[in-house]
Design a binder for this molecule. Structure first.
Ligand SMILES: *Cc1c(COP(=O)(O)O)cnc(C)c1O
Length: 395
């Protein structure tokens, strides 16, 4: 099918919720993507998903071999890859139990259910989960209710109850919001969709301390920041605290749909047989991919992210010479460049795309860089040179 026809066909039959760019990719290799004979350099990674880039030989081999053996078997049975994955995952971690699902929204739903079940078992009423304004936690009903942006939730009332939103990085607001009804706090360590806004260490460490004192659970939504994206396995590891529950998805299986929530044992044991479940979670195909991603992160990839992330941020700061560049911030390979209102992020994204660089937006008017974790300094240089050119043409 020709690109024009592909676009028309998808637009005709697919529900009209996505604003897709007029490109149809056929394949990729490393950090490069191919469409209509053009080669693009990818700084989006399928929204912080494709951590090993495209066509990774180890990942594709593992998936292909597993697919030929067993793609799915249901959670009525055990598999060797499930055993290998969950033991690898939890070894040397701050947590004792994991549950596998298929997306970030589902991971957050699961964490919310776990907290509610914990209090239910005790016969305690602590129904409120605090979340931050400008956060993003997913697209299911409960996670849109949790998300602190009404544009995602307003049309879908009635929503599940029990969420209260507080301003991010505002410890006074948090202190004022907690009371005997507060069961948990759910926060991103860096608000990703919200514009790459980092929790300050004073803020998050204070919250962790208060939560501990008041027996409030601290859930960190690491769907975007987890699995090496920030240069550590999990974003919270840049700080001096340990959450009670974390949620994961996006890069966890290198592009194969997978999500997870991970908790301390005493919390996780609130779930009894039949309390939660799913059909696809922990399937052998996803586990085989997850094993490869974990091994790569533990064997050098994390260090690579730290090094290239620092380099990226440093180099990008050269663009501060443009007065419309308001701020540059991030951690590891999750970086945002905020623009003054006069320059629209969408126009920059389109112009970069015309020059065969894929970047995405976030927040109100920011560019987001979340390339495959295997990106090289040379590739970063190429992109920044192009961005410099695009910026230099703005009047
Ligand atoms: C992307 C994202 C989600 C939602 O994940 P889905 O896989 O799209 O359901 C939740 N939380 C955060 C922080 C995210 O970045």
């Amino acid at each position: 099918m020709k690109t024009e026809q592909i676009i028309q066909t998808v637009n005709k039959f697919y529900m009209p919720v996505f604003n897709r760019h007029q490109i149809s990719f056929s394949h990729g290799k490393g950090c490069k993507l191919y469409a209509d004979g053009k080669e693009y350099l990818d700084f989006a990674a399928g929204i912080a998903v494709n951590c090993l880039g495209y066509g990774d030989s180890e990942l594709t081999k593992a998936i292909a071999e597993q697919a030929s053996k067993l793609i799915h078997i249901s959670s009525y049975f055990y598999t060797d890859v499930l055993a290998e994955y969950v033991s690898n995952f939890l070894e040397n971690s701050d947590f004792e139990k994991i549950f596998l699902c298929n997306s970030g929204s589902e991971a957050n739903e699961g964490a919310i259910k776990l907290v509610r079940k914990y209090y239910y078992n005790l016969g305690i009423k602590k129904p409120i989960i605090l979340t931050a304004l400008n956060s993003f936690h997913g697209r299911t009903l409960a996670t849109t209710a949790a998300t602190g942006q009404t544009k995602y939730s307003e049309p879908y009332a009635p929503l599940p109850e029990g969420f209260k939103h507080i301003p991010y990085n505002d410890i006074t607001a948090f202190m004022n919001a907690i009371d005997k009804n507060t069961g948990a706090v759910m926060l991103e360590i860096i608000q990703g969709e919200g514009g790459i806004i980092q929790a300050s260490s004073e803020y998050i460490e204070k919250i962790a301390e208060i939560c501990k004192q008041n027996k409030i659970f601290l859930i960190i939504d690491e769907v975007q920041t987890g699995m090496g994206r920030t240069g550590k396995m999990f974003g919270y590891q840049h700080y001096n605290f340990v959450p009670d529950i974390i949620t994961l998805a996006k890069g966890i299986a290198g592009g194969v749909p997978m999500g997870a929530f991970v908790a301390r044992g005493d919390i996780a044991n609130a779930f009894k047989s039949g309390d939660h479940g799913n059909t696809f979670g922990g399937n052998p195909l996803a586990c085989s991919a997850g094993i490869v991603v974990l091994n790569r992160l533990k064997n050098g990839l994390l260090e690579h992210v730290q090094e290239t992330g620092e380099y990226f941020l440093d180099q990008l700061k050269s663009l501060k010479k443009y007065s419309f560049v308001k701020d540059i911030r991030g951690k590891g390979l999750l970086i945002g460049l905020e623009l003054e209102e006069s320059v629209k992020s969408k126009d920059i994204i389109d112009k970069m795309q015309d020059n065969c660089y894929i970047i995405i937006g976030c927040g109100k008017n920011a560019l987001r860089f979340c390339p495959p974790l295997i990106i090289t300094k040379a590739e970063i240089d190429l992109m920044i040179n192009q961005l410099d050119k695009v910026f230099s043409l703005i009047k």
